[in-house]
Write a protein that binds this ligand. Structure first.
Ligand code: 6PG
Length: 233
């Protein structure tokens, strides 16, 4: 993975910078703008900003399609839901058409819900021939080196065919995660990394350490890491 890093003073500066960057990216696309969101605490401020002035007014919401890189298998109104977090921080406050929302299903069994999400992704991909699945994949970095719900030592790390799979046993609740082939199928991949507790893992990510899940991503385009100074001194 080729990567570049941008270091911002603190989480607030990081969120503002990524909000500007996301806006520019969205405005540079002529058609649909497919963004896969991440869960976690770091992007929440970004989502709040995109729902506020001046980003809210400038984003081409009618062309933006939102997906999720991973989801906890809990109802959307559960405090742990990534969809719920994005709805509360962003979606409820912007004029995005409901048809442009592509949340991960959380009904039925996790395995079957993952298959339905995969089908949704493939349907969407078919509407943009010649383009990657996503324009932007936002990712976080866990303290154990995980990204999306690709956790160390899980079978999901080896999946090269399916785009979405269920991850059972890594966390108390089942997860549904996009796999490397889907995460890598994006024009831009951006990691948002903040806080001193991420320092060691960020160092490993920067070294391209394939011993951590985040380090195994091999995107065809350079990956951008947006970090705050606490994470990247
Ligand atoms: O739903 C999730 O848990 C994630 O998508 C996960 O991969 C997250 O991005 C990292 O754990 C970083 O989370 P923080 O931003 O909270 O550190």
């Amino acid at each position: 993975m080729t990567q570049r890093i941008e270091v911002l003073a603190d989480p607030e500066a990081l969120a503002r910078h990524v909000a500007d960057w996301t806006l520019q990216l969205a405005l540079s696309r002529p058609g649909t703008v497919a963004i896969a969101l991440s869960g976690g605490s770091t992007p929440k401020r970004l989502y709040h900003l995109l729902a506020a002035s001046p980003w809210r007014e400038r984003m081409p919401w009618d062309r933006v399609h939102l997906f999720w890189g991973d989801e906890r298998f809990v109802p959307a109104d559960h405090p742990d839901s990534n969809q719920g977090m994005a709805r509360g921080a962003l979606i409820a406050h912007v004029p995005i058409p409901p048809a442009n929302l592509h949340p991960v299903p959380v009904d039925g069994t996790p395995e079957e819900a993952a298959r339905r999400y995969e089908a949704e992704l493939r349907r969407f991909a078919a509407t943009r021939p010649g383009l990657p699945l996503f324009d932007l994949q936002l990712l976080g970095l866990g303290p154990d080196g995980h990204t999306a719900s690709l956790f160390p030592g899980t079978a999901a790390l080896e999946e090269r065919a399916a785009w979405a799979i269920a991850v059972i046993g890594a966390k108390p609740e089942p997860r549904i995660t996009l796999t490397y082939p889907a995460l890598e199928n994006s024009a831009e991949v951006a990691f948002l990394v903040a806080g001193a507790d991420k320092r060691a893992m960020l160092q490993r990510l920067r070294e391209g350490d394939r011993g951590i899940p985040a380090g195994r991503l091999s995107a065809s385009r350079p990956v951008t890491i947006f970090a705050d100074r606490a994470a990247a001194p």
